[in-house]
Design a protein around this ligand. Structure first.
Ligand code: SAH
Ligand code: SF4
Length: 353
């Protein structure tokens, strides 16, 4: 049990620890229920004696310590910058009327180097483990009156470059928190072997693929990984995923004015996305400007035109509604600002399932 965090401990591990301390068996049940079913902070599990809670907190510390917490959108969006050991990671909570979505980071930083992404610009720090991923969801839940029913892996990092911990986190979110597989979304920049691993994984989680361009020359400029896995390979893997899971795949497309938003590119994109089981869905994300990338988002009319051309060719398309003005909270932007001088702009996020 040593070196385990509170949310890294399994039900059996918790039971073994409490037994070792001479506690009756029902205490472990109360603890597990409080943490996972009731989703309470340890300190609020009042079924347990205070001294026991304190001992558990000491033995099994939390993995994440908040550095910055911001709330915007009339309290409906919150974002955190956490310290996880020496690394920093971000999490976003988006509340809706009767449910909530959490956007988690899977790595501290990212090695993929997508040119328009703040996380990519900052580089890779380290992988997160499953407990650190799961704890982001629970900690966000503690701040939300609505039940967290959706988790999207659209924060910092490339989840399919950190497959084992991500699969373990998905398993735990499903088994311990009871979140249904289709409400768990893994977004990937197109790590083909990772998509294939996810296809072989038993849970039919939702796959989102970040495409951003219909042609390899342009995509390689935005997404360096395209040199390793070109569009045709990524789409083959995505198509197989859709077949294996019987599930519609989503494609993300960060729209950048005069770079990838041309009508002919919408047509080319639609042509590439034909033949997907359940139809392909394209999520158009207006670019959130970052310090090292000069681009800007297209104006709304141009975005609409792009979406309509996709729809006219039989591809479902939606324009992602951004919360507030300062989008992309979980893509490294919070961290890229000096944490000592937290940004006070209203919180927001691009993530939406
Ligand atoms: N690494 C994964 C998941 C995290 S990024 C991936 O790339 O899919 C989540 C989404 O945010 C991706 O679609 C990514 O391309 C997008 N994104 C990153 N930076 C952005 C920016 N500056 N503006 C708009 N979308 C951005
Ligand atoms: Fe990494 Fe995704 Fe950002 Fe690319 S867009 S650098 S894969 S986090």
């Amino acid at each position: 049990m040593k070196d385990t965090s509170l949310y890294g401990a399994t039900a059996d591990g918790l039971a073994a620890l409490l037994t070792e301390w001479g506690e009756p068996a029902y205490r472990a049940r109360q603890l597990h229920e409080g943490l996972w079913e009731q989703r309470l902070p340890l300190d609020e599990i009042t079924a347990l004696p205070k001294a026991l809670r304190a001992r558990i907190a000491e033995e099994l510390p939390l993995a994440l310590e908040p550095i910055v917490e911001q709330t915007g959108d009339d309290g409906m969006t919150s974002k955190w910058l956490w310290r996880a050991g020496t690394a920093q990671v971000e999490t976003v909570l988006m509340r809706y009327k009767d449910r909530a979505t959490v956007c988690v980071s899977s790595q501290a930083g990212c090695a993929m180097g997508c040119t328009f992404c703040a996380t990519g610009q900052a580089g890779f720090e380290r992988h997160l483990d499953a407990a650190e991923i799961v704890e982001q969801v629970i900690r966000a839940q503690h701040a939300s009156p609505q039940r967290v029913g959706n988790v999207v892996f659209m924060g910092m990092g490339e989840p399919l470059a950190n497959v084992d911990p991500v699969l373990e986190a998905l398993t735990r979110l499903h088994a311990e928190l009871g979140i249904s597989a289709r409400q768990l979304t893994v977004s990937t920049v197109g790590v083909v072997p990772g998509i294939r691993r996810l296809a072989a994984f038993p849970l039919p989680v939702t796959l989102a693929v970040s495409l951003h361009a219909p042609d390899d020359a342009l995509r390689a400029r935005l997404v360096p990984l395209n040199n390793r896995y070109p569009i045709v390979d990524v789409l083959d893997a995505a198509r197989d995923y859709a077949e294996a899971k019987g599930r519609r795949v989503t494609f993300e497309y960060a729209c950048i004015a005069d770079v990838n938003d041309h009508p002919h590119r919408a047509d080319a994109l639609a042509d590439r996305l034909t033949g997907f089981r359940g139809g392909a869905h394209v999520n158009l994300i207006p670019l959130n400007p970052t310090t090292e990338f000069g681009g800007r988002a297209p104006d709304p009319a141009r975005l609409k035109q792009f979406a309509s051309r996709l729809t006219a060719r039989g591809v479902h398309a939606s324009i992602r509604r951004n919360r507030g003005v300062d989008i992309d909270a979980a893509c490294g932007q919070l961290r890229s600002r000096n944490p000592a001088e937290p940004d006070t702009a209203s919180a927001s996020a691009t993530m939406k399932p």
